[in-house]
Design a binder for this molecule. Structure first.
Ligand SMILES: C[S@@+](CC[C@H](N)C(=O)[O-])C[C@H]1O[C@@H](n2cnc3c(N)ncnc32)[C@H](O)[C@@H]1O
Length: 249
């Protein structure tokens, strides 16, 4: 799926039922706003525990949330970082994130900024401008050519001493599931070309060795690779943590 189709899909999801689209795997169609954002707090507490274990910077620091959606994770990150920039390809998601950040449970808007970015790069941000570059359940929905180029951008954006932390599946767990995945993708393509309109949420994996090689090529050192379950039961998925070493390291 080309980037423009991906954008259109996420605009439709964002306009129709964004909370469901963001958290599909949990079997919930309707979300209470408080409960939805509470899932972000839980997720980020776990992430922060991993980062602290590795001595990653937080506090007076700047974080980027790539594929921020409604800000479920950006708002939670803002409890740990001085400023958080959320970026998303879907205008309704960004508008929703801005609106929800104004709720009483939201955070100070001067510390939490949302950006619409429909490009295959993150050139809206300068080199080495973040202490944390972060992304969950986003890279898995785009073709590997795009996820790879965004990961290269993550490497460009992280400061010396800062870290990148993101999730990406590697492969479906059984040959039958792989076959079903390929057949499902073909069927969706055919349906889209015949009927048009109906949004699809595709899933893609990238081999772990390729992801690690991308990080190393980008000048980062891989600190940890943790198995995770965010891609659902039929995918093997990992969270990658890597640091841009300080010149003195
Ligand atoms: C499953 S949602 C996850 C949202 C958020 N990370 C969370 O966990 O709450 C995926 C998000 O990624 C966004 N997205 C997809 N492709 C993107 C791209 N190329 N650049 C920026 N955002 C993208 C979608 O619009 C959507 O908001």
């Amino acid at each position: 799926m080309q980037l423009d189709d991906l954008r259109q899909n996420w605009e439709t999801f964002g306009a129709e039922n964004p909370m469901w689209a963001i958290y599909t795997g949990r079997g919930r169609i309707e979300w209470d706003e408080g409960e939805f954002f509470a899932t972000g707090d839980t997720e980020i507490s776990e992430v922060m525990a991993v980062l602290e274990r590795h001595g990653a910077p937080s506090g007076a620091a700047r974080a980027l949330d790539f594929g921020c959606g409604l800000g479920r994770l950006s708002q939670a990150l803002a409890a740990h970082y001085e400023t958080v920039d959320g970026v998303d390809i879907s205008e309704p998601m960004i508008e929703g994130a801005k609106a929800l950040a104004r709720q009483p449970t939201g955070v100070d808007e001067s510390r939490l900024r949302y950006h619409l970015n429909t490009k295959a790069d993150l050139s809206i941000f300068e080199d080495e401008s973040f202490d944390l570059v972060f992304s969950l359940i986003t890279l898995q929905h785009m073709r590997p050519e795009f996820s790879r180029s965004y990961i290269a951008e993550f490497c460009r954006l992280v400061r010396p001493g800062g870290v990148v932390f993101f999730q990406l599946p590697t492969h479906r767990t059984t040959a039958l599931k792989r076959l079903r995945g390929a057949a499902g993708r073909t069927m969706r393509k055919v349906r889209r070309s015949l009927l048009g309109g109906e949004p699809v949420m595709e899933m893609y994996g990238t081999p772990r060795k390729d992801v690690e090689a991308l990080l190393t090529t980008g000048g980062l050192r891989v600190l940890d690779v943790l198995p995770d379950e965010l891609a659902g039961p039929s995918w093997q998925s990992f969270r990658y943590l890597a640091i841009r070493p300080d010149s003195g390291d």
